[in-house]
Each structure stands twice: as C-alpha cells, then as structure tokens.
Design a protein around this ligand. Structure first.
Ligand code: NAP
Length: 232
C-alpha cells in the first residue's frame, strides 16, 4: 500500500508501540486518528486524538462515526491497545482477568466491526492486530494474558481467510518483550535495552503496510536477537 494520504486508526497511542506507530505513519503522510483513554503528546496537523476506552463499545462506535463523517473510508486499523497482568492464576483478581479480555480482545472486536463496512465497500484495507509471543506458547504466570493473545491469533487467522477476497489484509503481529511501560503490572520484569524497541516494531508495521497489494504478511513473529545481551 502506498501510505501517502491514507487514513489510519490506531488504538492506544499515548505511549509505547502505538505512539511510535503513529509517529511513523505521520512521517509517511498518513492521516492518523489515535483512540485512547489518555491524550498523547503528538502535535501534528495530520493527527487527531479521540478519547475512547476500547472496552466500551458505544464509545468505540462514536469515535468511528466521527471519523467516517470526515473520511470516505479508513484504510488502516492497528489494534494495539492492550495490557497484561502476570501472576499465579489462583491469586489473580477476576477484575484483572476481565480487564485483559475486555481490552485485548473485546476492544479489538468492537474496532474491527466498525471499519469493515467501509473497507468492504472499498474492497481495500489492512487490519493489523498486535498479539504477542504469548500467543504462540504457554508461559507460567502468564496464563490469563496468554489466553487473551491466543484469542487474538484465532480471530486474526480466521478473519484473514474471511476477508482476503474483499482485498482486505489481516496481519497478526507477535512481538517479544519490548521496552515500554507494559511491564508496570509485572513486578518481576524490568524493561531493559536488550528488549525490542517500540520504534523498531513501528518500523516493521510500516514495512508490512507498504508491501505490494498481493503480498500479505499473515503472521509475523518478532523477537529480540539476544534478549539477555551478547554472550561473552
Ligand atoms: N511491551 C511488550 O513487551 C509487548 C510484547 C508483546 C505484545 N505487546 C502488546 O503491544 C500492545 C502495546 O503495548 P505497549 O508495550 O506499547 O504497552 P504500553 O506502553 O503500556 O501502551 C499500551 C497502550 O494501550 C492503551 N490502552 C490500554 N488500555 C486501554 C483501553 N482500555 N482503551 C484504550 N486504550 C488503552 C494505553 O493507553 P492508556 O492507558 O493511556 O489508555 C497505551 O497507549 C499491547 O497490546 C501489548 O499487549 C507488548
């Protein structure tokens, strides 16, 4: 896709991967709508923040209504908003379980539902869902978060097959540990410089979006090469 002039919606642009994705798409001259609870520092003529908790379907609907009143169509949706609580399952408060499912998977469903009519009408679009390597393997103390991200994988792979003949791409991205604020709820893990960098993930997202129309990255696993640093 030629990105110049395209309309993109990204969820969770206040920080981390979503923030960096917005910056990179603005550099490519995309019009970017950032959906999130917190306003970002991004101040750019092609950027607009829309306040939205992705767990709330009517707030999501209102945001997309606002966007589609201004734009003929949305070309790109990056479902990025998400969070993780780690710990033994039996001590996990049910509120945390529900918060993760409501944000990581239900919010994604609400956003996808909103973009599909215009993408189908245009027979064009690219949806990128941010999963995690936690969608590819089970991990102790990460079972609830893994469950949400395995759901993202299932949703994405099915939707890719459902939408390919509408010329709509669905890409599921599986980043490994990335140096962001994500680990604030995981006391045992401190972000460090051998993790992936959010700007590097964002660069990869742009590359996936820029591939030719008949080239489709379905699943994309990204890991830091040496997560514990160079071996002596
Ligand atoms: N960092 C990692 O190691 C890693 C690895 C694999 C996958 N991921 C995934 O990558 C995505 C981005 O994470 P990150 O690392 O960039 O974390 P982050 O720095 O904590 O950013 C998360 C973003 O999601 C937004 N968000 C959270 N809950 C939301 C809600 N209910 N409604 C709207 N926005 C919401 C946050 O904004 P507000 O809180 O301000 O609303 C923030 O902008 C997540 O889906 C995460 O699961 C992260």
């Amino acid at each position: 896709m030629e990105l110049n002039g395209k309309v993109a919606v990204i969820t969770g642009t206040s920080k981390g991967i979503g923030y960096q994705a917005a910056i990179k798409l603005l550099e490519k001259n995309c019009k970017v709508y950032g959906l999130g609870r917190t306003k970002t520092e991004i101040n750019h003529p092609l950027f607009q923040h829309l306040t939205c908790d992705v767990r709330n379907e009517s707030e999501v609907e209102d945001c997309f209504k606002t966007i589609l009143e201004k734009e003929q169509c949305i070309h790109i949706l990056i479902n990025n908003a998400g969070l993780g609580y780690f710990g033994n399952l039996e001590t996990m408060p049910s509120e945390q379980w529900h918060e993760m499912f409501d944000t990581n998977i239900h919010g994604m469903f609400y956003c996808i539902k909103q973009v599909l009519p215009s993408m189908k009408a245009n027979t064009y679009g690219h949806i990128i869902n941010i999963a995690s390597t936690a969608a590819l393997e089970g991990m102790p103390q990460v079972s609830a978060y893994c469950a949400t991200k395995w759901a993202v994988k299932g949703l994405s792979e099915s939707l890719f097959r459902e939408l390919r003949d509408f010329r709509i791409k669905v890409t599921c991205v599986y980043p490994g540990s990335t140096k962001t604020d994500f680990f604030r709820n995981s006391p045992g893990i401190k972000p460090h410089d051998y993790m992936l960098m959010p700007e590097d993930i964002a660069l990869g997202l742009v590359q996936a979006l820029e591939m030719p129309d008949n080239f489709h990255t379905v699943n994309w696993e990204i890991r830091p090469l040496q997560p514990k640093g160079p071996k002596n």
